[in-house]
Structure formats: structure tokens, C-alpha cells
Design a protein around this ligand. Structure first.
Ligand SMILES: Nc1ncnc2c1ncn2[C@@H]1O[C@H](COP(=O)(O)OP(=O)(O)OP(=O)(O)O)[C@@H](O)[C@H]1O
Ligand SMILES: CC(=O)N[C@H]1[C@@H]2OC[C@@H](O2)[C@@H](O)[C@@H]1O[C@H](C)C(=O)O
Length: 366
């Protein structure tokens, strides 16, 4: 029995992130502890109409008026994204975060796991965050357990950090010598602050485009120190981890750059994302030997250069160690799905502040 439980299986993970750009899908083979193999991956963008439906539902809770329409969009997009991926024993379905108030109403990822399982005809794990929140955790970030597995996979021999620059930023410090992700002191993780979401909002408001491609606009501007200092006065940066954010928690950032020209506003907001990471680094138990960056922000050379200047260690895209920075989160939810069906925890005090290691997720079988 024990031997069988330890066998690696193929899992498919699907992630719809806070940028609302689309669904990432990736396969990995794992026993729920270590990574055996990476498999195929795919991406299904949301159309402008779908994005508008999701955006309208942001901040809403189950039963609120726009949630049912968002649920349809999420299900259809996932079915399209997952089509053609065969041979997975389980699917990890993150869904789309609509609202996140871990110390208030909870956390809400829209996405009907039972409906996806029925449509695909298999086992689907969904709602990964709720049980962590119920046990006093932040419910986020959850990728850190997978970051531990990645550190093992790259045979890291010194503490290192993974930095996700998505809509929101999150940092995971990893002790690669820890023998399990839930072990005391193995991981310290938290959301650093806003990353791309406010820059995207600025670009949409000022230029009618979804993001600052390659940081081109930011590169033409100057960072305005006064606005940056006001941003860093936010109480969030003084809080000790664990801590997490909702996509729109920093939407007032747009006001801080309201009077600035487009290029200076973009440069200043990019500097805000980098400065938030810099502040976060102060929480690492020991300085990491390097920071491996995942998520769309690693493609923004202005943001990467600001980080490299601000931090005392190399800052590199995860591709330098053979990982895929576009797919790491989808892979993470594939890995976490295997942990859930094997009864292993998916978060711990060091990653979400939960009282004790806990396994989240709802399993739907068909
Ligand atoms: N070439 C690029 N230049 C600048 N920014 C980019 C580039 N490519 C992607 N991005 C930024 O990265 C964002 C997408 O990042 P990612 O897919 O990691 O976000 P997400 O997974 O939705 O967010 P989260 O991790 O917060 O859930 C885009 O919305 C854009 O702002
Ligand atoms: C509530 C929620 O969906 N949080 C996301 C968001 O996007 C980035 C950051 O904020 C992180 O905390 C988390 O996603 C990643 C996948 C995580 O749980 O690790």
C-alpha cells in the first residue's frame, strides 16, 4: 500500500490568475512530494467579452449578481484549455479569484469543480484556499509548497527565493535542505504587494492597451520619488508575514500617479512593484543566494533591472534553471492536486500563517 501511494502520477493543473488574461494549463508527473517529469502545457486567452464579465464580478461573493456569468466563462474557458490533454489522473482547478478577505468574508475562487469533473469525466480538485482560511490562514500564497519541490528539482544547495510577478507579487524563501515543505523553517512566503495589475490598469486607462509591453513606456519615464514614498507608507509593508492581498487592494495607487505624465506614471508604478519586493526581502530568515522570477513581470526588463539594482543577489528568470515561468503556477496546482488526493498538506504556518499544516481542496470524482 505504502509503495503504491508513493508512485508518481500525471496531473494537470489549470490556473486563471489575477491579471485576468487567460487560463494556463500544464502537466507534471509527481508523487506529491518531488517532481518526476514536466509535461505538455497550453494557454487559452480570455476574449475581451469574457474579461469584461470576469471584471464585473471582481469583489463578489457566492450568490452575488455577476458570479453565475463569471462561473460560466471560467468553465467554458477551462474546458477549451484542457481539451486535448490526455492521460492525467487528476486535474487541479484553481478557478478565478474574485474576492479575497482572509480576515473577513473569506476567499472566493469561482469555478465549479463538480461541473468540470462531470464534463471531463475524471477527478478534479478545486477550492484549494478555503480550508486554510477557515483554520486562520491567509489562504495564499499556495505555490510555495511547489517552490520547495522546484528547489529540490534544481538541486539547490543554498537558500533561495522564488518571486512571482503576476497581477500581485509573491515571494517564497526556501531552505532546500528541508525534507518536506511543511517542515518547520522550510518556507517563508507572502504577497509582496501589487505587481502588474495596477500597471495594467494604468495602461488601459491612459493608452487603451492591456499592459506595458517590455516596459517600453516605463523606460521613457522617470521615477517620481514623492509618489514612491507615499506608496511605501502603506501599512501593508510594515506588517510581518504571513500576509496576502486581493487584486484591487492597492487600486488607490492610480491616484498617487494621477498628476504624472504617462511615461513617468508607468516608471513610478513599475518602481513601486520593485520597491514592494525590496521591502519584502527584509523578512527573509537569511538572505537568499538568488531570486528566481516567474510570472509575466519577468518579461519586463525595466522591472527586472530595478530589482537587480535593489537586491544584493542575482535576480534571474526561472528559465535559467530550466523551469517555465509562464507555467509554474499551473504546475503548482497540478502538484497540489496530487497532494490533496494523497492526504498531504498544501500549506503551513510559514506559507499562509495557518495554525498547523493543512490540506485544502475539494475532490470531485466522475
Ligand atoms: N512582455 C511583457 N512586458 C511587460 N509585462 C508583461 C509582459 N508579458 C507579460 N507581462 C505582464 O504580466 C502579466 C501577466 O502575468 P501572469 O500571467 O504571471 O499573471 P497572473 O498569473 O494572471 O497573476 P497572479 O500570479 O497574480 O495570479 C500581464 O498582465 C502583464 O502585465
Ligand atoms: C487569493 C489569490 O488568488 N491570490 C493569488 C494572487 O496572485 C499572486 C498572489 O496573489 C498569490 O497570493 C496568489 O496566487 C498564487 C498562485 C499562489 O497562491 O501562490
Amino acid at each position: 500500500m505504502k509503495g503504491k501511494l508513493a508512485e508518481p502520477i500525471w496531473a494537470l493543473g489549470a490556473m486563471s490568475g489575477t491579471s485576468l488574461d487567460g487560463v494556463d494549463v500544464a502537466m507534471i508527473r509527481t508523487d506529491g512530494r518531488t517532481i518526476s517529469e514536466f509535461g505538455a502545457s497550453g494557454y487559452r486567452p480570455y476574449s475581451a467579452e469574457e474579461q469584461a464579465i470576469l471584471r464585473a464580478a471582481l469583489g463578489q461573493w457566492p450568490g452575488d449578481e455577476d458570479v453565475a456569468a463569471a462561473e460560466h466563462v471560467v468553465l467554458d474557458a477551462h474546458l477549451a484549455a484542457l481539451r486535448g490533454f490526455d492521460g492525467a489522473d487528476v486535474v487541479g482547478f484553481h478557478g478565478q479569484t474574485l474576492a479575497h478577505e482572509p480576515q473577513g468574508r473569506g476567499t472566493h475562487q469561482v469555478g465549479d469543480g463538480a461541473a468540470l469533473a462531470a464534463a471531463l469525466g475524471g477527478t478534479v480538485v478545486s477550492d484549494f484556499r478555503s480550508s486554510d482560511v477557515e483554520l486562520g490562514g491567509q489562504g495564499a500564497p499556495l505555490a510555495p509548497f511547489f517552490h520547495w519541490a522546484c528547489a529540490k528539482w534544481i538541486k539547490a544547495d543554498a537558500p533561495l527565493a522564488f518571486l512571482n510577478l503576476g497581477g500581485v507579487g509573491n515571494l517564497t524563501w526556501v531552505d532546500p535542505h528541508a525534507d518536506a515543505p511543511e517542515a518547520d523553517g522550510a518556507l517563508l512566503a507572502f504577497d509582496t504587494g501589487p505587481a502588474n495589475a495596477p500597471i495594467n490598469d494604468l495602461m488601459m486607462e491612459r493608452r487603451g492597451v492591456p499592459f506595458d509591453k517590455d516596459g517600453a513606456l516605463a523606460a521613457q519615464g522617470n521615477v517620481v520619488d514623492g509618489a514612491l514614498e507615499l506608496f511605501l507608507d502603506e501599512g501593508y509593508f510594515l506588517k510581518m508575514p504571513p500576509k496576502s492581498l486581493d487584486r484591487n487592494d492597492f487600486s488607490l495607487m492610480l491616484d498617487l500617479v494621477r498628476e504624472l505624465g504617462d511615461a513617468d506614471a508607468a516608471a513610478t508604478m513599475t518602481a513601486m512593484a520593485a520597491a514592494a519586493v525590496m521591502r519584502g526581502m527584509e523578512h527573509c530568515p537569511v538572505p537568499p543566494s538568488k531570486v528566481l522570477v516567474t510570472g509575466g513581470g519577468r518579461k519586463n526588463p525595466v522591472m527586472m533591472a530595478m530589482l537587480e539594482t535593489a537586491l544584493d543577489c542575482p535576480v534571474r528568470p526561472v528559465e535559467v534553471v530550466g523551469l517555465d515561468g509562464d507555467m509554474l503556477e499551473a504546475q503548482a496546482f497540478a502538484y497540489l492536486a496530487v497532494r490533496v488526493i494523497r492526504g498531504l498538506p498544501t500549506s503551513a504556518p510559514g506559507t499562509t500563517g495557518v495554525r498547523a499544516p493543512v490540506g485544502g481542496g475539494i475532490v470531485s470524482r466522475n
